[in-house]
Design a binder for this molecule. Structure first.
Ligand code: UT7
Length: 352
């Protein structure tokens, strides 16, 4: 018994935000963002458009591609670090709004590794015989992390004023993170097949929580009383903090190791990989990992230039684009790899 992906879809908001647009509200430039990260633009959700809404668009497209109806799905896994509500997670929101049966809904986080962990969970649910068809969604809206009162409406054309010097300075103070992220969702339908020659072959998941502060949100959180307070907001605690260089170093060493480990588990050579679907956090990381693994650029596609980093959305969005334009063909060996906040990282090998 194996788990195979029978359909995929994406949900991308309509607002294109270019690097130049960001340079109107903070001290940054198209040149800096392109050179350091490879990003040219990203998409921002509209107010009221949450990760559940983007996830539902992706889910509908994935169901249609798989030729399935909501009634065919017997479990839902939703990976996001930016759910519509603090609790419950997006699972029940999607279950009710899309009209699924009273099925099991798993809400998982794992940030940039959310989709990979979800793939592993779906595989375990299917291979244990517990479920036959699982819908897996990875979706994120990062925009609510931004301090919108500081002129961010200018980026989506809802305001044409000039930011004040104070707002410009406040936006510049967080420019190292904000320019990298975009909103978006991807989804896949995963089904049980009685065919050992294809599907998910192996996964290797890892966690090292010895420095969770490398990439985290200091507040709001339940160690504080109350868990959300004016003081935390004034201290910008709801805005993510990232040690960019430290995370970069972890990414370029741990992802190649995970890819090698998952290949070893199945007896495959790294050179056998036809397509490496790698988390889209920084083009320099993508290129660095490809180089370390000795994989040529044509085997390591990227779309970070258009979407930025969509956290749990990057792997399924890229997978969907590669299926849609034929770069993934039946029989190809596909490897997924990612690393992000936690740190959580890993790799999966999949025979298309
Ligand atoms: O998906 C989750 C996992 N996340 C990642 O994998 C991210 C990993 N880290 C990175 O991708 C990179 O470290 C960044 C893109 C975040 C930063 O690139 P960097 O080459 O490491 O730059 P840096 O942090 O060393 O900053 C270099 C300079 C600094 O100025 P000084 O101190 O040299 O004068 C920054 O203040 O660039 C400045 N800077 C900016 N300048 C213009 C930082 N952000 C910006 C900006 N625009 N947006």
């Amino acid at each position: 018994m194996r788990a195979i992906i029978t359909g995929s879809g994406i949900g991308i908001p309509k607002n294109v935000v270019t690097n130049e647009m960001l340079s109107r509200i903070m001290d940054t430039s198209d040149e800096w963002i392109r050179t350091r990260s490879g990003i040219e633009q990203r998409y921002y959700a509209d107010p009221g458009e949450g990760s559940a809404e983007l996830g539902m668009i992706a889910a509908r497209n994935a169901l249609a591609a798989a030729g399935r109806e909501t009634g065919d799905i017997d479990a839902l896994v939703f990976a996001t670090m930016t759910p519509n509500y603090f609790f419950p997670g997006n699972g029940p929101v999607v279950q009710a709004k899309m009209g699924f049966g009273e099925i099991a809904c798993y809400d998982i986080r794992q940030q940039c590794s959310g989709f990979l962990y979800g793939l592993d969970l779906a595989d375990a649910l299917i291979r244990s015989g517990k479920h036959q068809r699982v819908l897996l969604i990875g979706a994120e809206v990062h925009t609510p992390f931004m301090p919108w009162e500081n002129g961010w409406d200018i980026t989506i054309g809802r305001d044409d004023r000039q930011v004040t010097p104070e707002e410009y300075a406040a936006n510049t103070a967080i420019r190292d993170r904000t320019v990298l992220f975009g909103d978006g969702a991807g989804a896949v339908v995963i089904e049980a097949v009685d065919d050992e020659s294809r599907g998910l072959l192996a996964t290797k998941l890892f966690t090292d929580g010895s420095n969770v502060e490398a990439l985290y949100v200091p507040g709001v959180g339940f160690r504080k009383r109350p868990y959300v307070s004016r003081e935390q907001i004034d201290a910008s605690d709801p805005i993510p903090v990232m040690e960019g260089r430290a995370v970069f170093k972890e990414a370029v060493s741990r992802m190649p190791a995970a890819v090698r480990a998952v290949c070893e588990e199945t007896g495959a050579d790294v050179a056998d990989i036809d397509v490496l679907i790698i988390h889209q956090a920084n083009l320099r990381i993508v290129e660095g990992v490809a180089k370390q693994l000795g994989l040529p650029p044509e085997k390591v596609p990227h779309n970070i230039e258009r979407y930025g980093n969509t956290t749990a959305g990057t792997l399924p969005i890229l997978y969907h684009e590669l299926i849609a334009d034929g770069r993934i063909q039946p029989g190809m060996l596909v490897c997924f790899t990612t690393l992000g906040s936690g740190l959580h990282w890993g790799a999966a090998l999949y025979r298309a």
